[in-house]
Ligand binder design. Sequence first.
Ligand SMILES: Cc1ncc(COP(=O)(O)O)c(C=O)c1O
Length: 407
Amino acid sequence: MGKTRTPYFELKMPKEVEITYLDNAATSYPKPAEVYEFMDLVYRSAGVNPGRSGFDLCRVAGDLIDETRELLCRHFGGTDPNRLVLCHNATDALNLAIFGIVRPGDHVVTTKLEHNSVIRPLWTLQEDENVDVDWVEFDGAGYVDPTAVIERLGPDTRAVVMNHGSNVLGTVQDVAAVGKACRDRGIHLIVDVSQTAGKIPVQMDDLGADVICFTGHKSLMGPMGTGGLFVREGVEIRKTRAGGTGVRSADRRHLDEYPYRLEFGTHNLIGIAGLSAGVQWVNRIGMEAIHAHEMALWQELRDGLSKIDGVTLYGQGSGAEDRIAVLSFNVEGFEAADVGTMLDVDSGIACRTGLHCAPMLHEALGTDTLHGSVRLSLGPYNTLEQIRRTLEAVREIAELGARRRSS
Ligand SMILES: Cc1ncc(COP(=O)(O)O)c(C=O)c1O
């Protein structure tokens, strides 16, 4: 309270915004024009509570939700859209999957690369439900050795929960190798694809995953408040909530069948409309083209930063293979937050500093003592010109650090 806030009517439209937005790992921005337009159209013309029964318009809204399920199901290489559950975000999906699969006294294997949306549910189970959690290390290049995960699997292991792409280092893990081992042993593999969905192919079967948890507002180009989980046939997740589904309202028990089993209350129709438009945009432009564009910029950025004295890059050892366009660094003589403020205030560059909700990763890197790192994460709308400006801005900060050290 007491803080001056920008009145919303003073905000400018995206095309006039002059910031260099390099925080796409937090959420992609701006979205394709058709995302905004379709959300507006749907909310104005069919913004009613979706359902299978009732008046025509609610069926139109219900159809939009079903079509979005089909779209996402195809995107993840599935055949049954009913196994595609829509919820609020990746955190929500991971909570549904983890609390619905892991039972008191179980053993779970995870990694130190995880986001708090995996760490915190598992930590809660570890503390409150006597769940034995193994936290597997990653190497200096930012990769988890799949054999280190597989070695921990035992008779009491219920699940492996792991990240596909790191939101701090951008490294993409060899989930498929873990998936095969899990399948052979009847262990559930839950994969957090928040950073990879929409950037690189995420195919349920190729990963050997039982559940993938995704968010809609990052590279799938949808709005915030969207996400979901895709559950392989034969995998049953316990319901940890119950409520209205708009289907078979006379039943006192929450429905067992998918997708209703894990969906509760009124859907975010407007968000789902935006997500549908976002995924269609990704499909139209093509993930390969988007990824190639982002990685070309990443290469320029990584090469430029690695030539600046006083800049330390993290987990960038293996080049452009098996990664997405995210990188983290620090500048000698500064805390990460100071660098972020200078980039913002002096050069209009928007990035994210701190622990990025991945405290174990920063502890393992030793960057927790610097209060994390500076993270630059690229999106489809970034340009080479923006990357060059960013390199120039970081160079100036590094030179300031050097001058301070020598004076
Ligand atoms: C790797 C990873 N997992 C989970 C999440 C949580 O996503 P959401 O904000 O959609 O809950 C994020 C978001 O930053 C992430 O990067």
